[in-house]
Design a protein around this ligand. Structure first.
Ligand code: ACO
Length: 335
């Protein structure tokens, strides 16, 4: 049995910076409200027609592949996590296979929203652990801006989310003490509709229903979020799943060198940091600049932390996420 380790990281965000001030020109909101509640100062939005979820993922992947020092033909499998795919089907995994010109390797799409990257890493890790694959390309990418209600009606959700992509190469590691030590995944579907886009879908409303109703008040195809309920669950589940991962490896919170929490809301990250007694050096946040990029948030933050020299060989790195589903998870990594 092998371990897998992250050998290459990359990220891409669109150039267009959208400040809280910019949003306040479109809806009744303010820089003060957004900063105080979420910590967000700006986010990136694609210029329509210039980027898609797949193209951003491909740009991040090219950087990760180069940094891993492998040829693209050495990639054995693709795992793509997103809630904002280019098409209803097929998923973006196959588009990456095409656009990067990879061999006809398998491509799997992961639908776990904010926990998508942790789930994707877990899947890739199992393939490498079993010996089936040597190098797996894992991507988290989101294009939120096209799907948000940018009027006052949607302000409780639309100010939070941003666009971007991150990617990692997971490769075979023979030292059992190095790389991804364990991953821990959970779900609680009882709360599926507390943070969801329920249409179009075969369950409630399909495209033809939306068109037939032509109701200007229809918000079923916009994200709905019960913000306070999500917040309360997030802080509990983040804590639980970090503790679960540490305990499984005989580790304690003091052993954490770098915690990369999913960038849901700066207040959630700060709550966790305080609860675990971690210093600013032990936690990486960038939601201030990018907003919540869902499946992309962890790989973007991980890449930035690594680029800044804040993750060094031998460090204990913890990834943790919570989001729609509800789903949550953690990954415990010895770098
Ligand atoms: N600007 C100004 N006012 C606003 C805005 C806005 N953007 N959004 C909502 N308001 C108003 C509301 O209308 C409400 O007004 P009212 O009191 O007159 O009715 C008031 O502000 C308070 O609204 P709440 O929704 O109760 O505000 P809350 O303090 O809960 O903050 C927030 C909302 C920021 C969404 C918070 O609940 C939160 O962060 N929840 C966690 C959500 C989260 O982290 N989601 C991401 C994780 S999951 C994932 O990543 C997919």
């Amino acid at each position: 049995m092998y371990n897998s380790k992250i050998t290459g990281l990359g990220f891409y965000v669109p150039e267009q910076v959208v400040t809280n001030e910019d949003l306040s020109k479109k809806m009744d909101t303010s820089d003060a409200w957004i900063r105080e509640r979420t910590g967000i100062e700006s986010r990136r939005h694609v210029v329509p027609g210039e980027d898609t979820t797949t193209s951003m993922g491909v740009k991040a992947a090219r950087i990760a592949i180069e940094r891993a020092g492998i040829d693209k033909d050495e990639i054995d499998f693709i795992v793509f996590a997103t809630l904002s795919p280019d098409y209803y089907f097929p998923g973006p995994g196959v588009l990456v296979q095409r656009d990067l010109g990879l061999r006809t390797v398998g491509a799997l799409d992961v639908r776990n929203q904010c926990s998508g990257f942790v789930y994707a890493v877990s899947v890739a890790d199992q393939y490498i652990k079993s010996g089936m694959y040597r190098n797996v390309l894992v991507i988290g990418s989101e294009l939120h801006s096209k799907g948000l209600d940018m009027t006052t009606r949607g302000r409780g959700v639309s100010v939070i989310f941003g666009d971007g992509a991150g990617a990692a190469i997971l490769s075979r590691e023979t030292d059992p003490k190095k790389g991804i030590l364990s991953t821990h995944l959970h779900s609680e579907g009882q709360h599926a509709e507390e943070l969801a886009v329920t249409a179009p879908g075969m369950g409630k409303r399909w495209v033809t229903d939306i068109l037939a109703d032509a109701d200007p008040e229809d918000t079923s195809f916009y994200p709905y979020m019960n913000g306070q309920f999500v917040f309360k669950n997030a802080v509990v589940r983040f804590s639980e799943v970090i503790r679960e991962g540490l305990a499984a490896n005989g580790l304690e919170t003091a052993d954490i060198d770098m915690l990369i929490p999913h960038q849901a809301n700066l207040r959630i990250s700060q709550f966790i940091q305080q609860k675990f007694g971690l210093s600013d050096e032990q936690v990486y946040n960038n939601i201030m600049r990018y907003g919540n990029t869902t499946a992309a948030s962890i790989p973007i933050a991980l890449t930035e932390a690594w680029e800044a020299g804040r993750i060094r060989e031998g460090d204990l790195v913890v990834l943790a996420a919570f989001g729609s589903g509800f789903t949550w998870g953690s990954a415990i990594i010895r770098w």
